[in-house]
Ligand binder design. Structure first.
Ligand code: FAD
Ligand code: FES
Length: 262
């Protein structure tokens, strides 16, 4: 981890549905970061908001010296971020946390994303594609406008299935057969989920029944982002019983069999 960076924002565009796409020049960060890791960003100069805000990498483009994040405006920090103009310098710590353990030999992986939680799975799919690994994607959101990355994935040849609350197709009971069929595709070696604990529970069950390792990227509120304050603790199972791990440092990506999903 090379920790402290000043990013130069080159694009920060409204994508509709409350989402923004931010691109920033940060050559060292782009080279060091891995899909599933995150940056901890000061959304405005000064002390308000006092705490940094964590964002996963949506795309990593070391050849262009750029990193990209995709974010949803939900409160003060993300609102301030959405006001930033190209040329602005952004103070960020990173790359932080443990990324997705993509198997370099995997023939195929499955990604399962809900809403803004799909963002880090796009970086993962791009890395998979670069090493010749096939990707199946199931993307869920409240409506079609809130689905992220489907066109980008399709342009990479990824077979994308979308489900939405609006069309009544996103309920876990309806996602189950789609997910089972995707996991049963020949060569599927790993599965990854982000953005929904309900979908994470479903994936854990279906992947375990098939002996496919499954991983989830968790979101918790964060303080330091560096492992020191314990604000981000999540419950995990160990052979000795339940204990806590830090999402910022031990995660955000965990094996699904390990985490207590509530
Ligand atoms: C490892 C990690 C990666 C993330 N990656 C992304 C990303 O790629 N794109 C993106 O849009 N968001 C991402 N988030 C969530 C993002 O950090 C929060 O939405 C942001 O911090 C909210 O800040 P705010 O000041 O706008 O809202 P606040 O005023 O701080 O909160 C507004 C609302 O959002 C909820 N909230 C705030 N932070 C979190 C959180 N960490 N988890 C769940 N709910 C929260 C609050 O409970 C409240 O209801 C990520 C979070 C983590 C932990
Ligand atoms: S945010 Fe401080 S320990 Fe994780």
């Amino acid at each position: 981890m090379n920790v402290s960076h000043i990013l130069t924002v080159t694009k920060n565009e409204d994508q509709g549905a409350g989402y923004f796409h931010l691109v920033a020049r940060a050559p060292e960060l782009a080279s060091a970061a891995r899909p599933g890791q995150f940056i901890h960003v000061l959304c405005a100069p000064g002390v308000d908001p006092f705490l940094r805000r964590p964002f996963s990498f949506y795309r990593l483009r070391p050849e262009a010296g750029e990193v990209e994040i995709y974010y949803q405006v939900v409160g003060k920090g993300t609102h301030l971020l959405s006001q930033i103009q190209p040329g602005t310098k952004l103070d960020a710590l990173g790359p932080l946390g443990q990324g997705f353990p993509l198997d370099p030999k995997a023939q195929r992986i499955l990604i399962l994303g809900r809403g803004i939680g799909t963002a880090p799975l796009i970086a993962l799919a791009e890395a998979a594609r670069a090493q010749g690994t096939g990707v199946s994607a199931i993307l869920s959101a409240r409506n079609p406008d809130a689905i992220i990355g489907d066109r980008l994935l399709a342009s990479w040849g990824v077979e994308v299935t979308t489900v939405t609350d609006e069309s009544g197709t996103s309920d876990p009971a309806q996602v189950e057969p789609l997910l089972a069929a995707a996991l049963d595709k020949p060569g599927t070696a790993q599965a990854f989920v982000c953005g929904s604990r309900r979908l994470a529970r479903l994936l854990r069950r279906l992947a375990a029944a098939r002996g496919i390792p499954a991983f989830g990227s968790l979101e918790e509120r964060m303080g330091c982002g560096l492992g020191g304050c314990l604000v981000c603790a999540c419950r995990v199972r160990t052979p000795e019983g339940e204990t806590y791990k830090r999402v910022c440092n031990d995660g955000p990506v965990f094996p699904l069999e390990e985490v207590v999903l509530g």
